[in-house]
Ligand binder design. Sequence first.
Ligand code: GCU
Length: 631
Amino acid sequence: MDYSLLWLNRKPAGTLPPWAGRLAGEVRTPQGRAALRELEQALAPHRDTGPALRLREEAGEGEGYRCVREGENLILTGTGRGLLYGTFSLLRRLTLGDEAFPDAERPAYPIRMLDHWDNADGSIERGYAGNSFFFREGKPVCGPRTRDYARLLASVGLNGCCLNNVNVRGESLHLLTGKYNRELREIGETLGEYGVSLWLSVSFAAPLEQGGLPTADPRDPAVRRWWQETCGRLFAAVPDLAGFLVKADSEGRAGPHTYGRSQAEGANLLADAVKPHGGSILWRCFVYNCTQDWRDGKTDRARAQYDTFAPLDGQFAENVYLQVKNGPVDFQIREPVSPLLVRLEKTKCMAEFQLAQEYTGQQRHVCCLAPVLKEVLDFRGPAGKVKDRISAVCAVSNTGGDFNWTGHDLAAANLYAFGRLAWDPDLRAEEAVREWTRLTFGDDPRVTGTVTDILLRSREVYERYTVPLGIGWMCVPGTHYGPSPEGYEYDRWGTYHKATCREIGVERGPAGTGYTAQYGPELGRMYGEIGTCPEELLLFFHRLPYAYRMKDGRTLLQRIYDDHFSGCADAEAMAEAWNTLEGLVPEDAFLRVRERFAEQVRSAREWRDVINSWLYRLTLIPDERGRTIYL
Ligand code: GCU
């Protein structure tokens, strides 16, 4: 096989409970059969009589399962999907030697999915793990890897995937219009066996681009009819299709604003078209002015999504989910939680995370995002926590055609943790990371201790040697890898820090752009006042002099210097810690990760020196501790 099965490589071993020796069950659905197959493969049942694991399949759509002991037997009950999740949970617990099976479990959200930014030509936008395994040479492809991908997803509780890039271009435009129905149907069926629904990104301008109509205006009856007819044909040909993901009025793509219509009119047009087929629309909120004049000091990109969507609360059809990035700007290493995730009352929201590490080291640096996911899910807004208010979750996938799926072996922890937290947002980040480590590398405490420690520190380490305190956007334009402190300053993207020789940051409190008010009075006050603003977000919310005193008495500038020195030293320490695992983890994985660490350390030093030198040259204030800063 030319790829690894990641955490599915490890099977239950040692003394298994008596019921593991015999399997019994009547299963009817593809998912029920898949559950039985997984159990057979993992447990190798060898008895015809005696205690058994019995599967009882129920009809219906639910995804939960129940697990009870009857004497020495274990009975697993649920729909086919429920049996599948129960099976993977059981196998995980057996492998980890965890005796305490829950009596019943069900997922927190009905949609828990990965968004692939895969293009029809096989490339992946912001992909860092090889080419697409869904598309080759302009066509969707289905093969053994498709099934194993679905197994991996189901094994952590995920139930959907969007096949293609939100920026729909080239041959991908034809996914909607019938040219690839056969391939899509096959992929849909294969994923469906493991309860994974198929979604497609579509272009809002499709009636123009494909339909030959003169407009894509949502109020135009011909446009409406075109969408309805196109959906009628597509859903009939691809029965496993769950709906569409749409990036409209965003970064140059057409949308309802093109025709003077609201985001709700645009989303509802598509929602009406997919509704007869049980479909839903995932409508992205990544709408902002990407042709801003950097000289315009009034416009604040962080405000844009809330300003556009909050006034429309209540106007979206019930099969529309607003897909909201976790922060108000764009997947930086530290951003506050998007206010849309806590302030919409009458609209279904889907939180969007980015496992593809576009701004967080591109799967060459270790950067475990489980703490970020947790931070967002646990964030408490005026009417409750994000995890209790959202209706769905998704993440931009970090997978590709590489042997290890995620480029960096340790980046697979992000995929695993996302699935586990999407199923159960109450799980602790540490638990998810520890589970992944043990399932991947086994139970040697030296390995689990070192790997979980590296993973759990990695986000904060990365933050320190790159852009601490919420500064954001000092990366190389375009590629977004490596430092370029003024790379985005005089550009059109609305991502500025406006550093002078005295001050840095954008003021977003009441005296500035007023962004903090989007959180409501209490949180708005907390973020808006410098003294109560959490320090890790200080430069996201405020413009401050370098002489500003942090809580521990250091100046702001000294804190930034210190973060770069200590972050870089910690990256070096993590690389050394990994080296102690030689001989304790499989050699190929050891070598792959060691190579990535060499690049991480090189890049961390570059970040440290470029940012520190740049600040020193601007301010001429030296490091109080006299460490090397280059002139
Ligand atoms: C980022 C990313 C783009 C992507 C966009 C999006 O800006 O750099 O490649 O298309 O996000 O989320 O739509």
